[in-house]
Design a protein around this ligand. Structure first.
Ligand code: SF4
Length: 461
């Protein structure tokens, strides 16, 4: 590992009590709170006209963030929960670009000024499925309609399996500063069971090409709870990932929801680890990463001590949006592309999920809005509490109450407090570090929209 990483002791794994407590709460479903209200509460009462008004009302001098969604991949990974379509054909991808450019124009036309951009992210799908010419056209249109700030972070999700020699220099030439790589696991049996064969060598080659092109900040995503995954294979994957020297890591539990994602039926239930094994796999990876000097960030991320995300976490400026944890402090995130989600000070909005509906809407001269939700003062207040719990694992309720001029909510956290998951000191709530995945349950206590078991959401661990 690089010398800048200091040694940090592994977190304590001292007690059966901790494991017993985590297991007791692990199977509870709760939102991941990348927004509040959460996406299931978006509705079609928010239209393109509504959103046009929200865009026109943006403060013209504030920088915004942009997210561009590219919903295509060459093959489908069976665990995938993203909005994407597998295609081997070039035509649908090429046909996606003109409407994307039209949407950039449509949005820019509605803004109160030519606006600055502090963060630009390409996600998918596999955004690097775009040809270099497609990428050139998209970047040219963004530069024509927005001012990308000097030092703006430009990030892109890449698939190491399809990362040829010319791609990294092309990305660097467009100012890309950070790449996110999907890894998930290096265990071949599990890779076969999820239809994603990706060797360590191929992945290392992609990392090397990115670094040679000057893109030094590289994130890696790994999963636990995949078919046939074990503690041993999780530990081996974690160590292999460390050998690539990423700057950030995201460790997610596989969410098996075949009733919502039909292709996940290709993963038989009987091949999946149970709750105790999932917890042990997450713990094994946590030990490997913390022992190597990575800092825990939020509920499921890790960052090198010198990475901007670790710095933001320590400074209390970490934010959470639809892409997960971010150092992006812009209040407005504009999503462009099918299914993308935007956040404005007035509310959240999601584009049509299907490419055809999204394109038809643009062809009619509309903003391609499917649904959204306008934010009330109470939503903003509770959203601020929830975001602090999810990012800082603590919140001072009195302080947030004063900022929002609203009374402290009366919520019942007694079960979480009795279990030692939440500690209350005056108006200050803190999640015990050993229980950070359960911060979602504490956040859910402040969610007035959540009803019943929340079963439409994923399990907590
Ligand atoms: S490459 Fe990523 S987005 Fe595409 S199918 Fe696999 S997991 Fe999903």
């Amino acid at each position: 590992m690089s010398k800048v990483i200091e040694f940090r002791p592994a977190p304590s794994r001292d007690s059966g009590h901790r494991r017993e407590t985590l297991l007791r709460f692990a199977a509870r479903h709760s939102p991941r709170y990348t927004s509040y209200p959460t996406a299931p509460h978006f509705h079609d009462g928010v239209t393109g006209e509504t959103v046009a008004g929200w865009l026109e009302a943006l403060p013209p001098n504030e920088a915004v963030s942009l997210y561009l969604h590219i919903p295509y991949c060459h093959t489908l990974c069976w665990y995938c929960g993203c909005n994407t379509t597998a295609t081997q054909k070039r035509a649908p991808i090429a046909a996606y670009v003109d409407p994307l450019l039209a949407e950039i124009d449509r949005i820019a036309d509605r803004l109160p000024a030519r606006m600055r951009v502090s963060h630009l992210a390409f996600g998918g799908g596999t955004p690097t499925i775009l040809s270099e010419r497609d990428l050139d056209r998209i970047m040219a249109r963004l530069h024509a309609r927005f001012d990308l700030e000097a030092g703006a972070e430009i990030s892109i999700e890449i698939d190491p399996r399809e990362f040829d020699t010319t791609l990294a220099p092309a990305l660097a030439a467009h100012g890309v500063t950070r790449a996110s790589t999907g890894i998930q696991t290096f265990d071949l049996k599990t890779q076969r069971a999820i239809n994603r064969i990706q060797s360590l060598d191929i992945t290392r080659r992609a990392f090397d090409r990115l670094r040679e092109a000057g893109i030094a900040d590289i994130n890696a995503d790994v999963l636990y709870g995949l078919p046939h995954q074990t503690c041993e294979s999780s530990e081996a994957t974690a160590k292999d990932v460390l050998s690539l020297e990423p700057s950030r890591l995201a460790v997610f539990g596989y969410a098996h929801v075949p009733h919502m994602k039909a292709h996940q039926r290709l993963i038989p239930d009987k091949t999946l680890p149970g709750p105790a094994e999932r917890l042990d796999q997450a713990d094994v990876m946590d030990d490997v990463f913390c022992t190597a000097g990575f800092e825990r960030v939020g509920i499921d991320h890790y960052a090198r001590v010198d990475d901007a995300m670790a710095l933001a976490s320590r400074a209390g400026t970490l934010r959470r949006n639809f892409q997960g944890y971010t150092t992006d402090r812009a209040e407005t995130l504009i999503g462009i592309g099918a299914s993308s989600i935007s956040r404005t000070p007035s509310g959240y909005v999601q584009n049509h999920t299907g490419v055809r509906m999204w394109r038809d809407s643009l062809d009619k001269g509309e903003l391609p809005v499917a649904r959204g939700v306008a934010l009330s003062a109470e939503d903003r207040y509770r959203g601020a509490i929830i975001e602090q719990l999810m990012t800082q694992l603590s919140v001072d309720l009195d302080a947030v109450s004063q900022i929002h001029a609203r009374p402290v909510p009366d919520v019942d956290l007694s079960e979480l407090e009795a279990a030692g998951i939440v500690t209350r000191t005056g108006s200050h709530l803190a999640i015990h570090p050993d229980y950070r995945p359960l911060a979602r349950l504490a956040a859910a206590a402040f969610d007035t929209y959540l009803t019943g078991s929340g079963a439409r959401h994923s399990v907590s661990v």
